[in-house]
Design a binder for this molecule. Structure first.
Ligand code: 6R9
Length: 650
């Protein structure tokens, strides 16, 4: 039997690139032709054009032992040299690399020359602590410049960093230290979040205490100045250690397949997976997509990606892509609403940010507040907007373009994963006609296919499973220490192609629409319904700011759609009768996509359960909708949320 995901939501709005934008665009439509004519030749050319190699490669791809790929593997390069020294050597040392904005309002500009000098010292500091190429270093820091410095210092000496998000618990940190056997940890006394200093060092102490791995050294950045406990012989202040070592460090080339980092991503079941990325291919695709998808003009743009370096988006689009391209960017430590709800727009005005890359969850929370908050600031410096992390509802896309973008600038929705390392599906601004809600097209050199459960490509517009049919430069090279799990998770289902775990469909123009995680697909009376379309329909109602839908078991239909909806602040006061409101929203969905998708129940709530990177955790809502005990909530940003929602739903 072939099972497909049904689709019904139509979106007909289209936005042509303006002639002015197209005339100055970095991307060129010929990229698609070149990649189609000679895919490997295309990537080899990008690797040579965008990066500096200490030993040129002669072979592009070695796929003799699938699914273990090697890209450019007889070449050598130094990733940190590519992100730093070569820009200074090219006379760009005075260009600002980072405009750092601390949450309490402290700020500093760091040029490429300064960042290079700092990374050289940090590299020497790590060497002095006995860190050698291939060793793993755990990084547990707030969003401060030292996080970028620490990552690049590891890269510079061929050590493998494992960045652990500063909001994770000591238990998560301990598990990651042990899995990678990291013997050195880089942390800070603390950081600032939501108007308060929060401690980090005690969490590290606890994690090390519980860990099986013996952590030799802990480098501690002084950020908040709070008192910290100190283990003599193990703990060292970052500033002291950097001051004590030589200022000069010459970057040595490493093999293109030298491991660069491990980043843990939580699967739906089992332990988090340590996703392994290597050097040459990763940096090639990060730099290529950063330049072309964001239309980067490094000499005049100010770029801001709001992701934390603890996520893949922070790795590829705060650290490696932008710095390899010599970009000037904003690095912000805190939350969007501290000390006031317009903080982001204030930062954009202050630094004249021209490119903004953020997540739908943030856009929807601004939609909830209303446009007045944005209109208090001048954000007219923006000329390109990007989205990542979840499907962006067409209505949120329109809001982003109109309210933030002033109605005329491109919005690019970028689909990719921790595992893919860099953007895989996105419009290219200036070339692609934009469609709100669709991630649109595979980037040049990437081969995407949508198939049914048997792996048969889907003809027409039906929804199916998203797969990647050819190896790509920034693909994960494996799961740290677990090659079997790597094969099982991503390759076993179809044998010869990568299974992403997302539902997707292609429309009549060939544009790709992401439908949500396959695990979240609902089966109502034999129809497979995706979460994304019903959620987008709910968000298209003028009352709604945000929505999550799940399938709950149902005696007559197998599963029934249950929706959880957050109303816009401006509406919340007016909607007093929740029963009538929920009827109205149910009717709206039935009208927009059909009776089959009509939610059995719509609950009006104030919050939705989200991961720390802002993705909705539907699994927990399913538990609630089916009256089960709520499952594991440890990855929630706020673990009390489910309690609050349960009470509201009662
Ligand atoms: C970069 C990142 C990956 C999962 C992915 C998909 C979802 C990311 C998306 C998107 C629809 C987009 N996702 N971008 N869904 N449209 N533009 O988020 O990596 O944290 O590993 O998550 O996120 O479900 O499979 P990661």
């Amino acid at each position: 039997m072939t099972v497909q995901i049904d689709h019904a939501l139509e979106e007909i709005r289209r936005f042509r690139p303006s002639p002015e934008f197209a005339a100055q665009a970095v991307a060129d439509a010929r990229l698609y032709e070149e990649a189609a004519a000679d895919r490997l030749g295309f990537w080899a050319e990008q690797a040579r054009d965008l990066l500096t190699w200490s030993t040129p490669f002669t072979q592009t791809l070695d796929w003799s032992n699938p699914p273990f790929a090697k890209w450019f593997h007889d070449g050598e390069l130094n990733v940190a040299y590519n992100c730093l020294d070569r820009h200074v050597e090219a006379g760009l040392g005075d260009r600002v690399a980072l405009h750092f904005e601390g949450e309490p309002g402290d700020s500093r500009a760091i040029t490429y020359a300064e960042l290079t000098a700092e990374v050289k010292r940090a590299a020497n500091a790590l060497l002095a602590l006995g860190v050698a190429a291939g060793d793993r270093v755990a990084i547990y820091l707030p969003m401060i410049p030292e996080a970028v410095v620490a990552m690049l210092a590891c890269a510079r000496i061929g050590a493998v960093h494992s960045v652990v998000f500063g909001g994770f618990s000591s238990k998560s940190l301990q598990a990651r230290i042990d899995d990678a056997q990291a013997e050195v940890v880089i942390t800070a006394d603390g950081g600032y979040r939501k108007g308060r200093a929060f401690p980090l060092k005690p969490t590290v102490d606890e994690a090390i205490e519980a860990a099986e791995t013996t952590v030799r050294s802990v480098l501690v950045v002084n950020r908040t100045g709070e008192d910290v406990a100190w283990t003599e012989g193990r703990d060292v202040w970052w500033a002291d250690q950097l001051a004590a070592v030589d200022a000069e460090h010459e970057a040595q080339g490493f093999n293109a397949e030298q491991p660069l980092f491990i980043l843990y991503t939580s699967g739906t079941t089992g332990n988090p997976k340590g996703i392994l990325h290597t050097s040459g291919g990763y940096l090639t695709q990060a730099a290529f997509t950063h330049k072309n998808v964001f239309d980067l003009h490094p000499e005049r743009d100010v770029y801001w990606c709001t992701a934390d370096v603890g996520w893949i988006t922070g790795h590829s689009y705060v650290v490696y892509g932008p710095l390899a391209n010599g970009a000037t960017q904003v690095l912000y430590e805190g939350t969007p609403d501290t000390p006031h709800p317009g903080r982001w727009w204030e930062i954009i005005e202050k630094y004249q940010v021209s490119i903004l890359y953020t997540a739908p969850t943030a856009i929807r929370s601004f939609m909830k507040q209303g446009r007045d908050v944005v209109h208090g600031f001048n954000v007219r410096s923006l000329r390109l907007l990007g989205s990542v992390g979840e499907p962006i509802n067409p209505e949120a896309w329109i809001w982003y373009r109109h309210v933030i973008g002033g109605g005329s600038i491109p919005v690019v929705d970028t689909w990719w994963q921790t595992e893919t390392g860099a953007i895989m599906i996105s419009a290219l601004p200036g070339i692609t006609d934009l469609k709100p809600g669709s991630a649109q097209v595979a980037i040049p050199g990437i081969s995407i296919d949508i198939v049914d459960d048997d792996g048969t490509p889907i003809e027409g517009e039906g929804g199916g499973l998203l797969t990647i049919t050819e190896p790509w430069p920034s693909m994960l090279r494996g799961i740290w220490g677990d090659p079997e799990r790597f094969k099982e998770t991503y390759w076993e289902k179809f044998g010869d192609r990568y299974f992403a775990g997302d539902g997707a469909r292609r429309d009549e123009d060939g544009d790709i629409w992401l439908l949500g995680r396959v695990d979240d697909v609902m089966n109502v009376s034999g129809h497979r319904l995706s979460t994304a379309e019903i959620e987008s329909s709910l968000v298209a109602h003028p009352w709604t700011a945000e929505a999550a839908v799940v399938g709950a078991s149902d005696e007559t239909t197998g599963q029934a759609v249950v929706a959880f909806v957050i109303l816009k602040t401006s509406q919340a006061d007016q909607v007093t009768d929740v029963v009538a409101a929920s009827d109205e929203l149910r009717r709206h969905v039935a009208l927009q996509i059909g009776a089959i998708a009509r939610p059995r129940q719509v609950f009006i709530v104030n919050e939705l359960p989200k991961t720390r990177s802002g993705k909705i955790m539907r699994r927990l809502l399913r538990d609630l909708a089916e009256g089960r005990e709520i499952g594991d909530t440890t990855t929630l940003a706020d673990t009390s949320i489910m309690q609050i929602i349960s009470e509201q739903v009662k």
